[in-house]
Design a protein around this ligand. Sequence first.
Ligand code: ADP
Ligand code: MG
Ligand code: MG
Length: 250
Amino acid sequence: PHQLEIRNLHASVGDQPILRGINLTVPRGELHAVMGPNGNGKSTLAKVIVGDPEYTVTEGEVLVDGVNILEMEPDERARLGLFLAFQYPVEIPGVTIANFLRLAMQARKEEGQEVSFTEFYGKLQSALKVLEWDESIVERYLNEGFSGGEKKRNEILQMLMLDPNYIIMDETDSGLDVDALKIVARGVNSMRGENLGGLIITHYQRLLDYIVPDKVHIIVQGRVVQSGGPELAKKLDTQGYDWVKELATA
Ligand code: ADP
Ligand code: MG
Ligand code: MG
């Protein structure tokens, strides 16, 4: 099955349980939003999926196209086509965007396969076009002195270049102005289609005005307490999160 499947996922930090049995299936071709009040495990879910060592999985599975990825190193997960857009992009002094993109593309290849200049440059041209970004940007050092908007653009540039099968986007929302939201949305929407699945994690429904999700899931206290269509995000926008918190205690 071409899908990202999260089965009864439990995860802790130290001895503190945070995810308490997440069940979620995203078929390739669909983008699902994950929403929920702050501090309820949304970012933890993203980090567990990409293999952040800070979190211990105590139960459950994460299957990418039927393969359990939980024992894999982050770079092996990337090779399966999993892409995580980070909440806090890193600065890597002395590494230009161009170098970083080359390395990241190379890391997705099987051993012995080279990223050709033609492949790299062709993808770069079309990605920069989507982002309305000048080519000179790729000679700058990764995230060094970047504005919030530029960091966001760069993150989306990486995503476009790597051509992932599944994306996990975790937005802090705070600090993202409308222009940045539009950039993110344009990048994601340009990739949408039967080959792309993923989770768009967001506290606010704002981003979902631009990236309309196929489904919406709400996480409270480390569990999915409700799933529905895009209208669920609108409901959260107008009614807030109090009613879902009650679902968790019910
Ligand atoms: P959300 O993204 O929904 O706001 P998080 O997944 O970031 O929530 O956090 C869920 C809970 O887990 C919070 O109580 C948070 O403080 C705790 N938590 C997450 N990561 C860590 C960590 N590395 N160390 C300690 N506590 C953490
Ligand atoms: Mg948070
Ligand atoms: Mg978060």
